[in-house]
Write a protein that binds this ligand. Structure first.
Ligand SMILES: [Zn+2]
Length: 396
């Protein structure tokens, strides 16, 4: 235990060995044949034998708070965790909606669900490749990586959009990272990071320090961290699926990990029944806009769910409602998802007897700047409330 076997492409099933030469440090992020997403595969037969022997009761006895997402060690890559306490976030009962639970990922270190995937990727990158003399810096696009690099005692280089909220740069610098500000969106940051990686790869020996690139959001190791959210959700619901899953567009990529968790849990006999319908709350335009990637969209469609487009005012109305009536301060992305729930519950696409889980991907304070920009709308009397919804939802 654990029984990580190889990487497998989800398109062509091509297998990549996990035995990396020391110079490579971490495996490729996409299939070398067709560029498809690579996922970590385990020896499921051996895992099934383990699962039969230990059953989930043994798992349930483990302390969530002290282990966090690492309580699922048997179904994760073997690694010494660089942990800041990620995972085992609360599943809160909504005060207003009797059948709605809120999975609040804002409780993660650095205030975001991203901490799960980053913790795993940094742990594996730092734990592999080279002896103690080789301490390559980590290159990435997210502040969460700066925090984990600090915990690992590594230097981090972050490529951030110049016009992103100034908080991001401040947080990066506080964690001791070097912030490289880029004119343009996230894609431009990615390109600049890749260029810098290439320069370093082709530079003559010793002229430039080599970095470890952790920027790929779908790197197989990040997916392994993301998937713990799926395990947790099902365990916190007594090893059952919810009927509907409300997911933020800005964090849709982690759906791929969560779906992988469902697949593994079904293979292990830990959960049965129909997987939830996935509904994604998308904000159509403006500074909170976020779009769905194609891999996540496939999951949404296959699940029988859909993408619900909302405008910014609906999102802000839901944000204010959940804060005032539930005491839960959602992030803008979480609030867009909440607005989608209000709409779907109102038109009975989600029935009142169905159990729903709303995923809030990050803490509201991560978007301080964005919330300040929205504050004129949030002042009382300026914003229409999203309530009532026609008396369909039972108030608690
Ligand atoms: Zn492939």
């Amino acid at each position: 235990m654990p029984l990580m076997a190889h990487l497998e492409c989800i398109r062509c099933r091509h297998q990549v060995s996990m035995q990396m030469p020391p110079a490579v440090a971490i495996p490729p992020s996409v299939c070398p044949v067709d560029g498809g997403t690579l996922l970590v595969r385990y020896d499921m037969q051996a895992l099934r034998i383990w699962a039969r022997r230990e059953k989930s009761a043994e798992l349930a006895a483990r302390p969530g708070h002290s282990l966090g997402m690492w309580r699922y060690a048997e179904v994760l890559p073997e690694v010494t965790p660089i942990s800041l306490g990620e995972g085992w976030t609360p599943l809160l009962q909504s005060r207003r909606h009797a059948r709605l639970l809120i999975k609040d990922e804002g409780f993660n270190p650095t205030g975001t669900a991203e901490a799960r995937g980053v913790a795993m990727a940094v742990s594996l990158a730092v734990g592999s490749a080279g002896g103690p003399q080789e301490r390559r810096p980590l290159a990435a696009l997210s502040v969460a990586t700066a925090a984990y690099a600090a915990a690992a005692g590594r230097k981090a280089h972050l490529f951030l959009p110049r016009d992103l909220s100034p908080e991001n740069e401040l947080h990066a610098v506080l964690y001791g990272a070097q912030a490289h500000l880029v004119d343009g969106p996230r894609e431009q940051c990615q390109r600049q990071l890749e260029q810098e990686m290439n320069v370093r790869r082709t530079a003559r020996d010793g002229m430039k320090e080599l970095w470890i690139d952790l920027s790929a959001p779908l790197h197989p190791f990040r997916v392994e961290g993301d998937k713990t959210l799926g395990y947790e959700l099902v365990e916190q619901m007594g090893w059952t699926y919810p009927d509907a899953l409300l997911w933020p567009a800005g964090d849709a990529i982690s759906l791929i990990g969560v779906w992988k968790a469902f697949e593994e849990m079904e293979a292990l006999g830990w959960v049965v029944g129909r997987r939830p319908r996935v509904y994604v709350g998308e904000i159509a335009a403006g500074r909170f806009a976020a779009e769905l990637d194609s891999g996540s969209l496939e999951i949404v469609v296959a699940s029988g769910g859909k993408v619900v487009k909302q405008d910014e005012r609906k999102m802000l109305a839901a944000l204010s409602d959940f804060a005032r009536r539930d005491g839960v301060f959602l992030s803008p992305q979480g609030a867009a998802t909440a607005a989608a729930f209000e709409l779907l519950a109102g038109n009975r696409e989600i029935r009142s007897d169905e159990r729903s889980v709303l995923v809030n991907p990050s803490a509201a304070w991560r978007d301080d700047d964005a919330l300040r920009a929205a504050s004129p709308l949030l002042r009382l009397g300026r914003l229409p409330t999203s309530l009532p919804v026609g008396g369909i939802i039972t108030p608690v």
